[in-house]
Each structure stands twice: as structure tokens, then as C-alpha cells.
Ligand binder design. Structure first.
Ligand code: MIC
Ligand code: SF4
Length: 648
């Protein structure tokens, strides 16, 4: 039986486990990336592990999220990351160099290698055939220290793309169509591999849009083969030696196959507040638009920017629309400037932002009350823009640019024919904003500003645990609900006590207060609890508030790993109907919990008692032996220290 692309890469990097779906496997990580909003915490944890220098082939620390310096905090974090990177052998991508995923695929990603990033959109590099996975900061810290990365072996899903895109349909519409078909939980426990004759016509930036937004499916990662298109891209990036061909064997077996005929695809839109709430753009044509944001790691390539500039050329944006554009990287920005595209955007009235995440994560450009905001981003979760009443719609850059001109969502056929842009033979290569760490870093001093506070560390799991059911939540609760991010909160990513006061407030403003009053307790969630970001803060803030366990119908992959890594027990209902029986402020106990967690690793269920209502609930805890040990130790750091101690 042949192998899929990702099975080949995993096999070549495998350290332990049998590659059977659902089995825990561990594998070697070649490269890591961090960004600043998760990076400060990841490096604090890396320092706590105590390894003198990173052991990966390449590790890069990016500054791209916390770019608004409205106080000293973000700038302090930048300095900390710059110095910690120099100290431990990590390349430092300075603010202004671009969004981590865009820069990484341009300058560093290598087909066939593995990449672990403390950001959920790390799979972007799957666009060049790299096995790129998003994880919590602590997992990335362990990988930097040379430790393996553990996952439950995913099932393989093939998306076969045939035909060629009709005019105005784009790569964004392909992934929106996949999201419409599979939903935001449809990718959990799967790797999505793309194949089919259409691939010959899909450039690397287009492929990267698709793999980037595969994160919204909940997939472990998404990947394209490494082929002639990849080779041309790497050649144009001046990296011909990084190319290796890679494709699935003809007899590779997939657990699931989805086919999409691109010629039938129409421009699509994801309506508020979920990326899978997808309909054709024509269904909302005529909707008045207040704001258009073009950029984010999904659609900020040169390819995207040139198309937007061609649409805006000679036009003036509508008086009621604010159009903001953030190029994905310095390379993109520079080339736009040289080719005149930037001038066309400025002339049309676009507000040009620096190369960063910006509006995508609510770092500025929050729209007005009740605004309709059209964005090329990957997420339109409730309140993420920084304006809770805003309605965010996700579209391709083309649809966004046309709406900015007309002031309403417009069928692009009414605009005329789509712009044709060609990829450059050679990209502009200038890595002068990437600082190479010194060989000998003994003299480097790590600078820690006053905003950098110690992170909460759990303690060994006790024999029995109890507390109140603090909150009961619906399906698809995102990490943006659990630990909101915006320009007011993002500067405090290295200050968990401060952040904890905002934990889960979009869903229940009284949550932090209740948790403090009752000395912690349990969170009751619905299906796909914790989808979205990789932010470990969505586990650290509950930990700070004394949360001991989360009971849900199902969990998103990265969040579940983050809970375990921080010693918070994730349990799923054996009978989903039991969810209905628990009420907020019920007294919950898990007796003999250490013994029960051990048993869970062997497949037994865990019994949770609702003392208030007098009944037992049967729960699953789908953990491995190693994860049971981590929970018993009170989290991965304690476990790592404990096993290091045992090894001495
Ligand atoms: C996001 O898109 O939500 C983020 C901000 O990039 C996060 C990381 C974070 O929360 O800092 C992600 O996707 O992992
Ligand atoms: Fe940045 Fe948005 Fe991409 Fe997250 S999704 S990395 S916030 S651009």
C-alpha cells in the first residue's frame, strides 16, 4: 500500500508510535516558528526547560501581531524576544519584515521538512509541501529544545481539484467551498491533502491561501505536493536548492475523498460569525459595506496585492467605505512599491497599514458600531474585530476591492473582467530585517521589561478534585471567546494574572468574578470547544482562575493539547444528552481522579459526580499514557522536569 504525502514525511521523521489513525505518534521537528503574541510565553517556557541553544535545523521568532505600541508593553515584548532569540540561536524577524506565515513560506519553508509553529495558521507552509503544524507555545518550546512533537495519527482526507477556475473565482473560494462542505469541525483529526489536474494552474500563493485556511476546518494540517509550481516559486525566491519533489504514491489510500470541479465554483463569502457560514457572493449582493480590510496571512501575497491594485487603478473608493490594506511581507510591500501597485492603491484612497496582522486580530481598525466589514482574513469570529456589534464577512481580495469602490457587495461580473497578473520570474530578495543569532551568545543579556510576569504553573493532581460548574457554553466556542485578543489585551500576553480577568467574558462577563469567588471549578462546553487560535492563554487564564477541568461534547485539537499541557483535565460526554443535565453552579466532584485518569489512558471512562443533582456522569478522556502522566504531574513543564529528574 502506497503512502500519502504526509505519511511519507511523518515516516521519515517518526520517533515513536505506529502510524495507525488515532494512535499517538511522535516525530522530529526540523523548523519552528513563533510570533510575538504567543512567543513571549513560549520563550519563557523554553527558558524554564533550561536548554542552552535550540536544537532544530532552523527556528525563527517573528514580530507581527503586537505591532501597536500604544504603551511600553509591546515594545518590551519585542526586546525580550529579540534578546532571547539571540541568546538561544533563533533568527529574529524584526517588526516590519512581515506576517510570520507569509515570510516563512517565502524565505524559509522547505518541502518535505516538518515545521511546528505557535500559531494555528502554521499550515500555510503546506502550500510548498512542508508538513507544517500549529501548536501551543509549550509544545513549540519543547520542539526547540529537541523534543519530539506528539499527535494522534490523523486520518487522511484527499481533496481532488479538477478543471480550472472560472473568471472571478479564486483560491479563497476553493477553501470557502471546502469549509462549506466540511464545516469548522469537519477537519478535526485529519490531514487534508490536495491533488488533481487543477494543481498545475494553482500558484504557491494560491495554494498557501488554501492551506492557511485549512486551520478553520480544525484539521491537523493541509498540504500540497511539491511539484513544478513549487520549484518555480523556490527558484524565484532564490532558493533552488531547497526544492525536493514530493507527491503521494498512486496507490496511496485516503479515508475520505472530496472532489471539487473548479470550473463550477463561484465567488463565495463566509457570513458572520463563522468561517463555514458560506454562501455565494451574489446572495448578499447589494449589502452596504462600511469597511474593507485586505491583508492577513490568508491573502496578502504579491499575487493578491497586484490583483487588488489592478482593480483599484484609476478608481476612487466609495465615500462611506474605509479601505485598509496590509501587505503580507516586506518583500511584497517593496515589490508593490517598485511596480507601481502601491501608488495605484494610494491614489484610489486606500489606507496602507504596515506588514502585520493588524485588523485581523483587532490590533487597530476596529469598525464602527454595527458595521459591515468585508475582510480577506480567515476568521470572522464574534467580536474578534474589536467591535462586538460588527458583522464581518470573509471574501477574496477581488470581491473586497470591488466592494470598496461601489460601497456595496457587488457581483464581480458587473465590474467587468478580472485582472490578469503574472508571478515574477524573480522575487526581490533582501533579508536585512532578519537578525542571525551570534555563534557565541555568552555575552547576550536577555532583557525583561516590567510587563513580563511569571506564568502560572499547575501542581501535581490531587487524589480528588471538586468545584462548581462555573459556566455552560454552546457549540463552537473559540479561543477568541475564551481569551479575547484585541489592541487592549494583546499587550498583556506575558501577564496572565491581568488577562485572566477577561477570560470567557464575551460569553459570560461574570465568569472571572464567579471563578474567583468559588475558588475555581469546571467549564462546561459544547461541541468543538476551543476552536481557532493556538493561544495557550486560553488554558493559562482558566488555570490562573483555578479551573480544574473542562467537560465538552468535543474539543478542538490544539486547545485540548494546551489544556493537558497545563494540567487541566479535558473530558467529553459519553452521552451528549448529559450536557443538558448539568446546571451552572452545581457542585461537581471527580473522586479518585488520579486512578481514574490512569484508567482513562487504558480506555476506561471517567465518572464525574454532580452532587447538587445527585447523579453520575460517564465521561471519556481520550488520552495516551504519556498524556495521563502529564495530567498527573500537573502539566508538561512539571512532567518534563520530573522525567529529567528521574533520568539523572
Ligand atoms: C489568530 O489568528 O487567532 C492568532 C492571533 O494568530 C493566533 C495566535 C494567538 O492567539 O496569538 C493563532 O491563530 O494561533
Ligand atoms: Fe495574524 Fe490573522 Fe494570520 Fe492570526 S490569522 S497569524 S492574527 S494574520
Amino acid at each position: 500500500m502506497g503512502n500519502t504525502i504526509s505519511q511519507k514525511i511523518l515516516r521519515g521523521h517518526l520517533i515513536s508510535g505506529e502510524m495507525k489513525p488515532g494512535n499517538e505518534i511522535s516525530f522530529r521537528i526540523d523548523q519552528t516558528l513563533t510570533q510575538d503574541s504567543t512567543g513571549t510565553m513560549a520563550y519563557l517556557q523554553f527558558e524554564a526547560i533550561g536548554v542552552p541553544r535550540v536544537k532544530t535545523k532552523l527556528s525563527v521568532a517573528y514580530i507581527d501581531h503586537n505591532m501597536l505600541q500604544s504603551g511600553f508593553e509591546n515594545a518590551d515584548d519585542h526586546k525580550y524576544i529579540q534578546t532571547v532569540a539571540a541568546k538561544y540561536g533563533i533568527r529574529f524577524s524584526r517588526p516590519g519584515n512581515g506576517v510570520c506565515h507569509q515570510v516563512h513560506i517565502e524565505r524559509f519553508g522547505v518541502p518535505g521538512q516538518t515545521l511546528l509553529g505557535s500559531d494555528s495558521h502554521t499550515p500555510t507552509c503546506g502550500g510548498i509541501g512542508m508538513l507544517a503544524i500549529g501548536a501551543g507555545g509549550l509544545d513549540v518550546a519543547v520542539a526547540m529544545g529537541g523534543g519530539p512533537y506528539y499527535i494522534s495519527m490523523p486520518r487522511m482526507c484527499k481533496v481532488e481539484l479538477t478543471g480550472s477556475l472560472a473568471p472571478w473565482a479564486t483560491a479563497k473560494d476553493i477553501i470557502l467551498e471546502v469549509l462549506r462542505i466540511m464545516t469548522v469541525k469537519g477537519g478535526v483529526g485529519k490531514i487534508i491533502e490536495y491533488s488533481g489536474d487543477a494543481l498545475a494552474h494553482l500558484s504557491v500563493p494560491e495554494r498557501a491561501t488554501i492551506t492557511n485556511m485549512g486551520a478553520e476546518l480544525g484539521a491537523t494540517t493541509s498540504i500540497f505536493p511539491s511539484d513544478e509550481v513549487t520549484k518555480r516559486f523556490l527558484d524565484a525566491q532564490g532558493r533552488p536548492d531547497d526544492f525536493v519533489p514530493l507527491e503521494a504514491d498512486p496507490d496511496a489510500v485516503y479515508d475520505e475523498v472530496i472532489s471539487i470541479d473548479l470550473s463550477k465554483l463561484k465567488p463565495m463569502v463566509a457570513k458572520p460569525h463563522m468561517p463555514d457560514n458560506v454562501v455565494p457572493v451574489t446572495e448578499i449582493a447589494g449589502l452596504k459595506v462600511d469597511q474593507v480590510c485586505i491583508g492577513s496571512c490568508t491573502n496578502s501575497s504579491l499575487h493578491d496585492m497586484l490583483k487588488v491594485a489592478a482593480i483599484l487603478k484609476g478608481q476612487t473608493i466609495h465615500p462611506d467605505v474605509s479601505l485598509v490594506i496590509s501587505p503580507g511581507s516586506k518583500q511584497v510591500f517593496n515589490m508593490m512599491a517598485e511596480q507601481g501597485a502601491l501608488a495605484d492603491m494610494i491614489a484610489a484612497g486606500a489606507r496602507i497599514l504596515e506588514c502585520s496582522c493588524g485588523p485581523c486580530i483587532g490590533m487597530g481598525q476596529s469598525p464602527k458600531t454595527d458595521a459591515v466589514s468585508l475582510r480577506t482574513n480567515n476568521r470572522n469570529f464574534y467580536a474578534r474585530s474589536g467591535t462586538a456589534s460588527a458583522q464581518v464577512y470573509l471574501v477574496s481580495p477581488e470581491i473586497a476591492a470591488i466592494a470598496a469602490i461601489y460601497g456595496v457587495v457587488t457581483d464581480p461580473d458587473d465590474f467587468g473582467s478580472p485582472p490578469v497578473v503574472t508571478m515574477p520570474e524573480q522575487f526581490k530578495i533582501n533579508d536585512n530585517l532578519v537578525i542571525i543569532p551570534p555563534e557565541d551568545s555568552t555575552e547576550v543579556e536577555v532583557v525583561r521589561g516590567p510587563n513580563i510576569k511569571p506564568f502560572p504553573l499547575n501542581t501535581k493532581l490531587s487524589e480528588g478534585i471538586g468545584g462548581k460548574a462555573l459556566v455552560k457554553l454552546e457549540d463552537n466556542i473559540t479561543t477568541d471567546h475564551i481569551m479575547p485578543s484585541n489592541s487592549k489585551l494583546l499587550p498583556f500576553r506575558s501577564n496572565i494574572p491581568y488577562l485572566a480577568d477577561f477570560c470567557l467574558t464575551p460569553s459570560d462577563p461574570t465568569f472571572p468574578e464567579k471563578a474567583k469567588e468559588h475558588g475555581g471549578g469546571f467549564i462546561i462546553g459544547g461541541a468543538n470547544y476551543g476552536q481557532g487560535s493556538s493561544r495557550e492563554h486560553a488554558a493559562l487564564a482558566p488555570l490562573q482562575l483555578g479551573v480544574k477541568g473542562v467537560f465538552a461534547i468535543s474539543f478542538a485539537r490544539i486547545h485540548m493539547a494546551n489544556l493537558i499541557n497545563n494540567g487541566i483535565i479535558p473530558l467529553t460526554f459519553v452521552n451528549a444528552s448529559d450536557y443538558d443535565k448539568i446546571s451552572v453552579l452545581d457542585d461537581i466532584v471527580i473522586q479518585d481522579v488520579r486512578h481514574q485518569i490512569r484508567g482513562a489512558a487504558e480506555g476506561s471512562t471517567v465518572i464525574v459526580t454532580d452532587k447538587t443533582r445527585g447523579f453520575d456522569i460517564e465521561m471519556n478522556c481520550g488520552i495516551s499514557e504519556r498524556q495521563a502522566d502529564i495530567l498527573l504531574a500537573g502539566g508538561l513543564l512539571n512532567y518534563t522536569r520530573q522525567t529529567a529528574g528521574e533520568g539523572q
